[in-house]
Each structure stands twice: as C-alpha cells, then as structure tokens.
Design a protein around this ligand. Structure first.
Ligand code: G3H
Length: 261
C-alpha cells in the first residue's frame, strides 16, 4: 500500500503573520492525519519560518521550484544544495505556472521538458524528493491530447535520468484546465490518467511503477478530496487554494486518511 501524500502549495501567498495562523491551525490538528504524509510548500522567503514551525511535528516541507544549476551567476535562482541546507524534503518541479508564466526555456530555446529533467536530476542528487508536475492545457484537453502530453514528459525524464530515479520521485497529474478554476477533474478521469501514467512507467520497471506515488492537483477541496483520493491510482493531492485555510486543508488531509481504510 502506497502511503498517501497531501502537498500544500501556497504559491505566492502569505505573510509572516498569516503563515503563523495557518501553521498553528494545521499543527494543532496534525494528530488527526498522522498516518499520511503531509508537506507544505511556502514561498522561499518563508522557508525558514516553516522549517522552524514544523520541526519535530512529523510534517514535511519543501519549495516550489529550484535551479537546474548548482551555483553561480543565476540571479534569483535557488539551488538544490541550498534547499538541502534547509533540510527540505520535497521540491515541486515543472509546475504549469512555471512552464506557462515564466517560459522555462534555456538559452538555446530548447524544450521545457529538458529543463524539468535537469531540475529533477539536481534534486535527486541532493537527496530532495522531486514532485514532478505534468498535465495537459485546456487546448490539449479539448482535442484529446492528454496521454500524448503526459507520455512525452515521462519519457523525457526517464530517458534523461533512467527509470531508477523514479523510485525516489513523486508525480503529480495537474490538468491545467482544473488549476484554480474550481473545476476539478472527476474522480474517474483522474483515475484513468493516473493509471495511464503508472502503466507507462511499468513498461520500464513494474516494481517502481507499483510503489510510485501519483498525486492529483487541480481545485482539490474538502468536498471532492475523499472521492478523488479513493481512486486506486490516486495517492493523494497537490493542493493550491485549499491549502491556504487551516480548517479546509486539515479536512483534505483527513480525507487522505480515509484511503487507508
Ligand atoms: O499546486 C497546486 C495546483 O496548481 C492546484 O492549485 P489549486 O488547488 O488552487 O487548483
């Protein structure tokens, strides 16, 4: 049985004061979801605050991005080694908001997937578990290209790092049309796509595929979390808006506990 994981991506939200309220509310109820993994992803400037608050609670923390480089003249970037300095457990890689809003192209304008694969390699080497986000755009969804898009990215990561790296990786299916729209994928749709992802990895290594955690992300809330998480190949959620309110996020974490029966 894969252990469910609920990841709260705060995106560019919060302040020192509001973070304290949110953290206190989550920590106060953490014994009600102690049987699942829960990780928080604050903006990088609040990483120290979150690290201090979560130390000793059993909750995990991470960041929303990292550089594909180790160090040097990369203004505004944060390396995997720096994240390891903060004992980061996880890092989000390839979130659609990075891909779409910040056009993560390299100097040769090579495809985004290669950047994702390079970041993946950096995080694995630093001992930080990457959560690789993939999903189709509304346009791709409309013309039925979901599996093609997902297969392309998965194959790029596997080709670049080898399937072995996926043993230490989490995948997140994040259909772009569901992010921040209030329009979640149905549990059935999520299950079909997650199953496709697992089967794609299984072609390379069935054992790794079986143990691979695949999260669903896109308008997860306290009403739809339980039906989504109950699907056999949905191993938890990557939650944006729903992670900004302690009561709401705690309910989502508790929904993941139900999966354990
Ligand atoms: O990282 C989280 C996802 O982008 C989902 O965001 P959302 O829950 O606000 O739709």
């Amino acid at each position: 049985m894969r252990k469910p994981l609920v990841a709260g991506n705060w995106k560019m939200n919060g302040s020192s004061a509001s973070n304290n309220v949110l953290l206190d509310g989550i920590i106060a109820k953490s014994d009600t979801f102690a049987s699942v993994d829960v990780a928080l992803f604050p903006p990088a400037v609040y990483l120290h605050q979150v690290q201090q608050a979560l130390a000793g609670t059993g909750l995990f923390w991470g960041t929303q991005n990292l550089s594909q480089f180790n160090q040097g003249a990369y203004t505004g970037e944060i390396s995997a080694l720096m994240l390891a300095d903060f004992d980061c457990d996880y890092v989000l890689i390839g979130h659609s908001e990075r891909r779409c809003l910040y056009a993560e192209l390299d100097l040769d304008q090579r495809v985004l997937d290669r950047i994702v694969a390079e970041k993946y390699e950096m995080s694995v080497k630093a001992g930080i578990t990457p959560i690789i986000c993939i999903g189709e755009s509304p346009e791709e969804h409309a013309v039925g290209r979901t599996e093609e898009v997902i297969a392309r990215l998965l194959d790029t990561v596997i080709a670049y790092q080898g399937v072995e790296g996926l043993a230490h990786t989490v995948l997140a299916y994040e259909p772009v049309w569901a992010i921040g729209t209030g329009r979640s994928a149905t549990p059935e749709w999520a299950q079909d796509v997650h199953s496709f992802m697992r089967q794609r990895v299984a072609k390379h290594d069935p054992t790794i595929a079986e143990s691979l955690r695949i999260l669903y992300g896109g308008s997860v809330n306290s009403n739809n979390a339980a039906p989504l998480f109950s699907q056999p190949d949905v191993d938890g959620g990557l939650v944006g808006g729903g992670s900004l309110n302690a009561d709401e996020f705690v309910k989502i974490c508790q929904a993941a506990v139900l999966k354990l029966g």
